[in-house]
Design a protein around this ligand. Sequence first.
Ligand SMILES: NC(=O)c1ccc[n+]([C@@H]2O[C@H](COP(=O)([O-])OP(=O)(O)OC[C@H]3O[C@@H](n4cnc5c(N)ncnc54)[C@H](O)[C@@H]3O)[C@@H](O)[C@H]2O)c1
Length: 255
Amino acid sequence: MTDLRGRTVIVTGGARGLGAEAARAVVGAGARVVLTDVLVDEGRGTAAELGDAARFVPHDVTSEAQWQRVARYTVAEFGAVDGLVNNAGISGGSHLLEEQSVEDFRRIVDIDLTGVFIGMRTVVPLMKQGAGGSIVNISSAAGLMGLAMTAGYGAAKWGVRGLTKVAAVELGTARIRVNSVHPGMTYTPMTAHVGIERGEGRYPRTPMGRVGEAPEVAAAVAFLLSDAASYITGAELAVDGGWTAGPTLRRPAGG
Ligand SMILES: NC(=O)c1ccc[n+]([C@@H]2O[C@H](COP(=O)([O-])OP(=O)(O)OC[C@H]3O[C@@H](n4cnc5c(N)ncnc54)[C@H](O)[C@@H]3O)[C@@H](O)[C@H]2O)c1
């Protein structure tokens, strides 16, 4: 059982999907959480559902000024920041490289990669003042392999993986651990519209034969935030049903 009692964790993109589920897991493990998102009504609803241990702050992760506001608010409400989950992100849709506009590419990188950088840059000094901390950056299976039709998204998610390593190396002696989580195809509002089906055998592109569920990713996030992961930093944790382990086994017909 993951124990996060006494901790305060900021979760970006926490209004819905993996961020909301990570916030649920964190509160379930005894921590206080500040969720942030551009979706104000959904964010308020999620925080209300989580009760007194949760707060919501409207926040666009591309804005340095808004990051400062989130950090100030968290310290004023809960006294410290011990954990950060850089989860907010957009997929930007599916386009061949030459069909993705430069504007779109820049927007995806701004939210999915630069937002993670600004977040760490803002929160690390607060963690240094306290007892250290744990940062979990949500990358993707698309940050572990080249996935067609994801030029902007793939570049950003590989960037998150690399930025995580840089931060882990710089912050090890400051007792701040930094790791990346790489979800495979997971059922959330981001992916629901692409027509994936949930359940055993419904997603043969992955060795386990099914898409992931948000609580399965959230459990990995909570583990990395906790002291159970006290010697893990600079690591990349795939939560992808084996998708990035290798091609799916194709048995000959009748075999
Ligand atoms: N669902 C999957 O299959 C999957 C797979 C790999 C990685 N991921 C990653 O997991 C994270 C969460 O994805 P999800 O599936 O829950 O998607 P989602 O769309 O359900 O949730 C993403 C949240 O981020 C918020 N957001 C978007 N832009 C923002 C901004 N500029 N500032 C603040 N918040 C912003 C959205 O409003 C939304 O609430 C993303 O980083 C995504 O790339 C998801």
